[in-house]
Structure formats: structure tokens, C-alpha cells
Design a protein around this ligand. Structure first.
Ligand code: ZN
Ligand code: ZN
Length: 339
């Protein structure tokens, strides 16, 4: 079968690799869609945990085509998605219900072969059936949305909060829609890119602000006392650093975007203390696939509109090598057709 293989950082090609024989507790999924995400670019660039050679791709949807002998509840033909995170179930964090911090964590597309391939083998425990009326494209968004759901469940935005989100990329745009769908009084989103802000408006986000040299003044005008909640979805440390300037006293800040591990920001501990601020992280997801599926399937957010490019397997080397794709695109969606 064909797959996109990253042999080592900076080197990706389409290769013929062995079809994955299912283990006794595994199913083989014929991949239909697989979202391309920042993590895949990090793996390609060699600046994220990952082992090589690797088939990346962890936002998977497809059809079950083979079922191991010890798999309950799934059969050939089921339309499914899969949680890429594989937890040991035995370590301290797994046994205290925080498996996203599993000490023996593995993941499809990161440490094991993922979805940029015609087929993938997955343990049944990680497979979720999708409704008949849900498209494979929508289903490929369940994984990123479940990361957002995990973050929003931690944040606990309360009724009437005014929320600021830095970054109208795919993640910021999905998050803004979910916050808007919830009980926030207003959602303000910022970006350098006008086209993204236009899309945000179209998707119903209350306020859009261009990140130009007047950004601070504009945000101060919108919320003179600051926002109740400020979320960074850019993963740019310089932007994340600004969150403190725009949060209201007693407000919450969340670092959701993935900054380079070596980057640092300057924050005054005195200010955190004096202003009663709360700072949150949000790592991956934690059994949030079902709520994410429900949110997408019930139209709480429109994921289709944020797909800017649909590519096939053979396009992937070009997608990873060209900087243009990374900078100008919203969500890039891999579609796999078997010829
Ligand atoms: Zn991802
Ligand atoms: Zn564990």
C-alpha cells in the first residue's frame, strides 16, 4: 500500500509499505480523510517528539475493512474515526484519570504509523463509530475539536464572559466558534491575515481585529477593563506574552497554541498575584471524542468552511516542502482514494 513516510526530519516521500496486518485486538481502517495539522509540520521539521521513519497523520476517518478476532462491537464496513493517543492504563497518570500525561504514551502518526496512508491498524479501544449522516471530512475534525473541548472544559468560561482569542488559524477558528456557540457575551478574534478575519465574520464571530500596530488600542477600546478570558491560539511566544495586558483582573489566560519548546515569555509574578489571574495550559485531549463528535454533528461549529485545500497522497511532499502552504492555508485536508 502507499503511504507518506518521513524518513528523517526534512525528508518525506510517497512509498510502498506493507499493509498493516491487524493484531488480535485491532481493526484495519481504510483511510478516507486525514487532517494535516501543525504537529505534522513539527514532526517533519524534527522539532517535536516523534520517532523516524514515521507515517504521520493523526486526524483520521475511514472504513473498517478488517477485524481482529478479539475485537468487540466493530465490524467490516463500519464508518469510524480513531483517537490517536495510546495510553498504557497502568501508570500513575492513567490510573488517576489523566491519561494525556501517560508516562508510556504512544500515538498514531507520532510514535507509530499514522493516517497519511491507505490503511492503518488501530486497537478497537481507540476506534469510535461515526453517525451514518456524518461525512468523512467532518469526522476527520473530531480529533482537533476534542483537543479544544478538553481545553474549554478546563477553562470553564462562564455565562456573560467576554473572550479574546489570538489567532484565526484552523484551531483559533474552531475554538472561536465553540465559545461563540456557548454562553460567552462576545468573542473577539485577532489575526495578521484579513482573509481569515473575513471568514471569522462569516462564521459568526462577534468581533474581528487585525493584528496591526493599532492592535492594543483597538482591544483596549473593545474591553477597557480587559477580557474575562484570553486564549492564545497562535503558538507565537511574543503574542502569548501579550495576554496579560488584555485580561481583566480575576480573569483567565490559556496558552493553547504550541510555542517552540525553547521559547520564553516575561510575565510579572507580582501582576499575577495582585490581579488574581489564572493561567492554564491544555495538553492534547482526554476522553473528549464523544463530545467533539456531538458538537460537530449538531452543527455547533462549521468545520467544512475552514478547509482551504484538499490534497491527495501524492501532493504531500509538496505540501510539506512549500512554506506557502503552511503560511497561507487554513486547514489542509488529505483525501485518500484507492485506485
Ligand atoms: Zn493535530
Ligand atoms: Zn499510562
Amino acid at each position: 500500500m502507499k503511504a507518506a513516510v518521513i524518513e528523517k526530519p526534512g525528508k518525506i516521500s510517497i512509498k510502498e509499505i506493507p499493509y498493516p496486518k491487524p493484531g488480535s485486538d485491532e481493526v484495519v481502517i481504510q483511510v478516507k480523510n486525514c487532517g494535516i495539522c501543525g504537529t505534522d509540520f513539527h514532526i517533519y521539521n524534527g522539532d517535536y517528539l516523534g520517532s523516524y521513519p514515521i507515517v504521520p497523520g493523526h486526524e483520521i476517518s475511514g472504513i473498517v475493512v478488517e477485524v481482529g478476532p478479539d475485537v468487540p462491537g466493530l465490524k467490516i464496513g463500519n464508518r469510524v474515526t480513531a483517537d490517536p493517543n495510546i495510553y498504557c492504563g497502568a501508570c500513575y497518570f492513567c490510573r488517576t484519570n489523566r491519561p494525556n500525561h501517560c508516562q508510556n504514551w504512544q500515538a498514531l502518526g507520532v510514535t507509530r504509523n499514522g493516517g497519511f496512508a491507505e490503511y492503518i491498524a488501530v486497537t478497537y479501544k481507540n476506534v469510535y463509530k461515526i453517525p451514518d449522516n456524518m461525512s468523512f471530512l467532518d469526522a476527520a475534525f473530531i480529533e482537533p475539536v476534542s483537543c479544544i473541548v478538553y481545553g474549554l472544559r478546563r477553562l470553564k468560561i462562564i455565562s456573560g464572559d467576554n473572550v479574546l482569542i489570538f489567532g484565526a488559524g484552523p484551531i483559533g477558528m474552531q475554538m472561536a466558534q465553540l465559545v461563540q456557540h456557548g454562553n460567552a457575551a462576545s468573542v473577539t478574534i485577532t489575526d495578521l491575515n484579513q482573509a481569515r478575519l473575513k471568514l471569522a465574520k462569516k462564521l459568526g464571530i462577534s468581533k474581528t481585529v487585525l493584528s496591526d500596530d493599532k492592535l492594543s488600542q483597538t482591544l483596549k477600546r473593545i474591553a477597557p477593563l480587559g477580557f474575562d478570558v484570553v486564549i492564545d491560539a497562535t503558538g507565537v511566544a511574543k503574542v502569548a506574552e501579550m495576554a496579560v495586558n488584555f485580561v481583566k483582573n480575576t480573569g483567565k489566560i490559556m496558552f493553547f497554541g504550541v510555542c517552540p519548546p525553547e521559547d520564553k515569555v516575561m510575565i510579572s509574578p507580582f501582576e499575577i498575584y495582585k490581579r488574581d489571574l489564572e493561567i492554564y495550559g491544555s495538553y492534547a485531549l482526554c476522553y473528549t471524542f464523544y463530545p467533539a463528535l456531538d458538537l460537530i454533528n449538531n452543527g455547533a461549529l462549521d468545520v467544512k468552511s475552514i478547509v482551504s485545500n484538499r490534497v491527495s497522497l501524492k501532493d504531500l511532499p509538496m505540501v510539506f516542502k512549500s512554506k506557502k502552504f503552511k503560511n497561507d492555508s487554513m486547514k489542509i485536508m488529505l483525501e485518500i482514494r484507492i485506485y
